[in-house]
Design a protein around this ligand. Sequence first.
Ligand SMILES: [Zn+2]
Length: 353
Amino acid sequence: MTTGFFYHKAFLKHDMGAGHPERPERLTAVMDFLQKQKAFNEDTLRLVSPRAATLAELERVHPKDYIDFIRTASDRESRFDADTRASKGSYNAAILAAGAGLKAWESINTGEIDNAFALVRPPGHHASENQARGFCLFSNVAVVARHITATVPDSRVLILDIDAHHGNGTQEILYEDPKTLYVGFHQHPRTLYPGYSGYVDELGEGPGRGYNVNFPLPPGASDASFLHALKTLFPPLAQQFQPTSILVSAGYDAHFRDYLTNLMISATGFFEISQLIMETAENTCNGKVIMFLEGGYDLQGLSESIYNTLIPMTGHGKAIHEKPPKEDPRVSQYVAKLLTEIKTILKPWWQIP
Ligand SMILES: [Zn+2]
C-alpha cells in the first residue's frame, strides 16, 4: 500500500511565539524521527508536497470576510484569543494545511496513493466558520469534507476525531449536515478545553440530527478504555453510515506524557487505534482514509505515535512498543456505564451491539 505523507516547510513559518506548545519543532521532530527510521520511500510512505486551498474551496466553510481577516491578521501578526496568534507566515501555512487534505483526496482518487497522512500546522478542529481559536485558523477537515460532499454525488464522509480535546469547530460547522458523521473521542469537557462541548447529548440538528456522536473519556483513561470505547462504537457506526471516505482528526495529545491533557494513551495504543481505523476503512470505503495532524505536544510521544500510526496505513514496518500507564479501575467502570448510556441515546439512528 502507498501512503501519501503531506508536508511543507512553509508549515514552520506559522509561529505563535516563544514558549507556545503548538510550535514548529513539533513537525521538525516528526520529520527527523521518520527520516532516522528510514521510513520514507516511493512505494510505501511517499513524501508529497501539498497545494494551497483555493478561495472557493475555503469558502465552502468560511465566509470570505473571515478568510480576508485571517490574511490581514497574518500580515499584522495579530492575536485571536489568549493562545491563538498569527505570524507573517500563518496565512500561507493555513491555506497549505487545508490544501494538503484536498491534494491527498485528489491523489487517492487518481490511484497514485491509497491513503494519506497530512503532517500540518496550524491544526484545524477548533476553528469555527468565523473564529480562530484553540491554536486553529481554518477547519482543515471540514474544508475537505465539504469539498468531497459538494463534488462527489452520493458521498458520505465519516470524521473520526481522536484528539484529546473535543473538535468543537468541526462539530459546529457540520452540525446540520447528514452527509458528514462526526464521531469524537476526547477527554471529558468538564476537565479540559473547550469545556462547553463534547457531551453525549450533542447529536446534531435539523437534517443532521443523529450525525454527531461524542464519547467523553474520564481523565486517566489509558489504552484499554480508549480502545474499548472505540471498538464498541466506531466499527458499527461506520458499517451503518457506509462512508465513501474517512477523515481522521489525528491528535496525539492523548499520549500519556503530553503535558496539556490527562489521557494516558501509549504509542502502542496509537498503533492499535490506527489498526482499527484501517480495518474499518477497508470494510467500508476501500481504505480511503486521510489523517490530519491536530494536537500533540510531547515531541517523543508525538513522533513515535505517528510512526506507529503509519504502520497499519502502509502495511509495512514494526510498531514501537510502549507500555501504557496503569488505569484506575474507576475509569473502566465509568466507560462501561457511559457506553450503555450512549447505546440508548443513539438508538433512534444507530444500533450499537
Ligand atoms: Zn488537542
